[in-house]
Design a binder for this molecule. Structure first.
Ligand code: DOR
Ligand code: ZN
Length: 482
């Protein structure tokens, strides 16, 4: 079932039930705001017409040379949208092990080579660390936030993750969503099968899609089955396939209380969805309007704020008064890029995700939280979210960045940019396991300095997906072609 791209007619259904009314199956959506003024929004084909998406994909993959050269010039002019380490910060060298001289060796002076050179400040920041060691061996990591889709697409994407990670928490936003332990069990088997090609030990852990109708019995069954870690709260209308999401947290209170009682974790997509709230403010507003009251009301509920993007979220999690109750996942794109990257040299649909990239001060705050005094509250969750190329390069492109192909290397870049590679192992391999109360993985993985090029596309269930940093060549620090 190639379902996740299908109908999003109800996507905006209850964005705020009074603030929005949607007419379905028309090319223009009529919306009334809370002030009663009508807006006309173009209809988004992102998740509504998969046949449209795939026909677009096949035409765009055979793009003309004119289009190709346009793309190239666009990429070149986007060369410096990356962070640099602050002057005076030193490279971390203490906890990672020294290997022999890597192939890329000490000669590595630029982080990217080939078609796009890194901005000089960034490459300089890296060269000091790359000179320090050639390999970094660490406990096998976990990806605590991953989308692997369904149908034939599972087999295309799961092996990328399984090469690097021994576990992942699988998101349930298929169409229809994964709502019960029984549904998750079937889905999990398909993922296990797909992982075998690269990692027979790979364990998918599951989260179920919380809806207004989730019953206490569903929660009890989930707690009993052993492979469900929690429920994912999508505010209705917030993102891809969120139309079945929660319209009002009050409606899910019995389920949340049962989860707290049985030790299941709530994973939250923390954005308000009112059309009157600016897209860059949605996370901050969610904390104030929904998350704080929720944590107050369901005292024993343990919560992961997923894919945080703002200083507000980083501070909220860091300063939360209780240990072990609130944590956050962080994606690679939100610590490597700020919102300028979305528009650098032209529109960058492959960097569009939700929550959207934020200002530089937010990127810095999130990265600093991951390596700061409360760093044990933050852990790796890629939110790798593949969409077919054509569904991204569309008049209404889907949200999601596919980063699974080299996720760990991307985090290594970010941590190294602030001289904190020594914090990578805890972030990637310890903090999440500890929060979820599962044993840390026993194996190890080694990141080496290698030169490699990210392909322009990867196969994606009969289609193609454009990966994060497509077409770029890397060398050091601790990149690896997985
Ligand atoms: O960018 C995103 N893509 N954010 C989400 O929350 C969902 C995801 C997807 O499933 O495509
Ligand atoms: Zn996600």
């Amino acid at each position: 079932m190639e379902t996740y791209l299908k109908d999003n007619e109800r996507e905006m259904r209850a964005t705020t039930s009074t603030a929005m009314m949607t007419t379905t199956r028309t090319t223009t959506r009529t919306t009334s705001t809370s002030s009663g003024r009508a807006l006309f929004l173009p209809r988004c084909y992102c998740s509504s017409l998969s046949s449209f998406a795939s026909s677009f994909a096949s035409s765009s993959s055979s793009s003309s040379s004119a289009t190709k050269s346009r793309r190239r010039s666009c990429r070149q002019s986007a060369s410096n949208s990356f962070p640099s380490r602050a002057a005076g910060e030193t490279a971390a060298t203490t906890t990672f092990r020294r290997g022999g001289e890597g192939k890329g060796g000490r000669a590595a002076s630029k982080f990217f080579v080939g078609r796009r050179a890194m901005s000089s400040s960034f490459s300089a920041a890296f060269s000091s660390t790359t000179a320090a060691a050639d390999s970094l061996t660490m406990t096998k990591p976990d990806d605590w936030h991953l989308h692997v889709r369904d149908g034939s697409k599972i087999a295309s994407v799961v092996p990328h993750t399984a090469k690097q990670f021994d576990r992942a928490l699988i998101m349930p936003n298929l169409q229809p969503p994964v709502r019960t332990a029984e549904e998750a069990s079937g889905y999990r088997k398909l993922i296990l099968e797909a992982a075998k090609t690269t990692n027979a030990k790979f364990e998918p852990h599951m989260t179920l899609y919380l809806t207004d109708e989730t019953s206490e019995k569903t929660v009890e069954d989930a707690a009993k089955c052993g492979f469900v870690r929690g429920f994912k709260l999508y505010p209705a209308g917030a993102t891809t396939n969120s139309s079945f999401g929660v319209t009002d947290v009050k409606k899910v209170m019995p389920a949340l209380k049962k989860m707290a009682e049985l030790g299941l974790i709530l994973q939250v997509h923390g954005e308000v969805t009112h059309q009157t709230v600016d897209i860059f403010d949605r996370e901050a507003r969610y904390i104030e309007e929904v998350l704080k009251p929720l944590l107050e009301e369901v005292k024993d509920l343990r919560v992961v704020m997923e894919h945080i993007t703002t200083k507000n979220a980083a501070d909220f999690v860091s300063n939360f008064p209780e240990d072990g109750r609130l944590a956050a996942t962080i994606t690679p794109q939100h610590v490597l890029l700020n919102r300028n990257a979305l528009f650098k040299g032209g529109m960058r649909p492959h960097l569009y995700c939700l929550p959207i990239l934020k200002r530089e001060e937010h990127r810095e705050a999130v990265l600093n939280a991951a390596v700061g005094p409360k760093s044990e509250r933050f852990f790796l969750g890629t939110d790798s979210a593949p969409h077919p190329k054509g569904a991204k390069e569309s008049a209404c492109g889907c949200a999601g960045v596919f980063s699974a192909h080299a996720a760990l290397s991307f985090y290594a870049m970010a941590f190294d940019s602030v001289g904190k590679l020594d914090k990578l192992e805890a972030f990637a391999s310890h903090n999440g396991a500890d929060f979820y109360r599962v044993p840390r993985n026993s194996g190890t993985i080694t990141l080496k300095r290698e030169e490699w090029e990210v392909p322009e596309t990867y196969e994606f269930g009969g289609d193609v997906v454009v990966p994060f940093f497509a077409g770029e060549r890397f060398r050091g620090p601790f990149n690896k072609k997985f």
